[in-house]
Design a protein around this ligand. Structure first.
Ligand code: NAD
Ligand code: FES
Length: 296
């Protein structure tokens, strides 16, 4: 069992938990994810790691209520436990493997949308701890839905907050801040990392392509079982078929077919849609998620 050390509500429907999982905490890197399962009946939920403390042996996860399992999970308190807490899974962010001196020559811009702020945090923190201060944009619908602003402020070079309704920071979407920084203020970035809702990542990528800034995105939102078994997270990157949970979760955003990925994500929500994908994609859709009946 994996005890919950701290459980906190960050915003409406958004929760943070510190979980004692020393082996995961020792090995994990920014960009990787864990799969959590509350109990025997619980769904397997893949969540990108938000933070870790190697000495305390804890891993921080942040999740949003999106269905029955996350609704039940939100009821857990400090002292309760997860039955399973498996990880670290997936591949670390690319910069983790780069030469630090080369990395120091690059200017990073992080674009965090809503709950996507959680997986952005360990990346910005890792860079800060290695002497690299990145610029960070956090966007949310309104002031009550901004999460981790204080923590991010401590590790970011410059932090820009924007809300759709203007209730905190400037008014508008994250893409408007990117335009402002690059086109109006003349800032130069070598790499952009955009993590948030699919639609945000799509439009950020369209913009950064125009601006000539290579961009990495995290395709966690299309994962279901997170183990390479269900086929739900299949996506097209350039001319290649990839699986977010095995080959990612991070990919070159300029090569992703977002429209296809978003269409598949919608289809996965209905039984009819899952049956269609199973018939169409055959061998790459083998039903390990337990949602679609597999290819029986
Ligand atoms: P949201 O819908 O409130 O959007 C957050 C911000 O994204 C907005 O404030 C806006 O600035 C920007 N945005 C939204 N649509 C945009 C558009 N068309 N063009 C430009 N910018 C746009 O975010 P939320 O409700 O917190 O998001 C929840 C989603 O985040 C879920 O779908 C979840 O799957 C996803 N998520 C993704 C990751 C990841 O790894 N990519 C991690 C956690 C959550
Ligand atoms: Fe990747 Fe199921 S989430 S195959």
């Amino acid at each position: 069992m994996f005890p919950i050390i701290k459980a906190e509500k960050l915003a409406e429907n958004i929760y943070l938990m510190d979980v004692k999982a020393p082996r995961v905490a020792r090995a994990c890197q920014p960009g990787e994810f864990v799969i959590v399962k509350m109990d025997e009946k619980g769904e397997r939920i893949p969540l990108t790691i938000c933070d870790y403390d190697r000495e305390e042996g804890t891993v921080t996860i942040v999740f949003q209520i999106v269905g029955a399992s996350t609704y039940r999970m939100a009821d857990l308190k400090a002292g309760d436990s997860f039955q399973d807490f498996v990880g670290p899974l997936g591949n670390p962010s690319e910069f983790v493997k780069e030469d630090i001196e080369e990395l120091k020559k690059k200017k990073y811009l992080f674009v965090a949308g809503g709950v996507g702020t959680a997986p952005v945090y360990p990346q910005v923190k890792w860079l800060h701890e290695h002497g690299i201060d990145a610029d960070v944009i956090i966007g949310a619908k309104n002031k009550d839905l901004i999460i981790l602003e204080d923590k991010m402020e401590k590790v970011a070079g410059n932090l820009y907050v924007t809300t759709d309704d203007g209730s905190n920071g400037r008014k508008g979407m994250v893409t408007e801040v990117v335009k402002d920084l690059v086109q109006d203020q003349g800032k130069k970035y070598d790499v952009c990392v955009a993590i948030g809702p699919m639609i945000m990542m799509k439009f950020t990528c369209l913009l950064t392509k125009e601006l000539g800034i290579p961009t990495i995105v995290s395709m966690n939102p299309i994962m279901v079982d997170g183990t390479g078994m269900c086929g739900a997270c299949r996506l097209t990157v350039g001319d290649k078929v990839k699986f977010a949970c095995v080959d990612g979760p991070e990919f070159d955003g300029h090569l992703i077919d977002f429209d296809e990925a978003m269409k598949r994500q919608q289809m996965y929500k209905t039984e009819e849609g899952r049956a269609y994908l199973r018939a169409k994609e055959g061998a790459t859709h083998h039903g390990g998620c337990g949602h679609c009946g597999g290819d029986e």
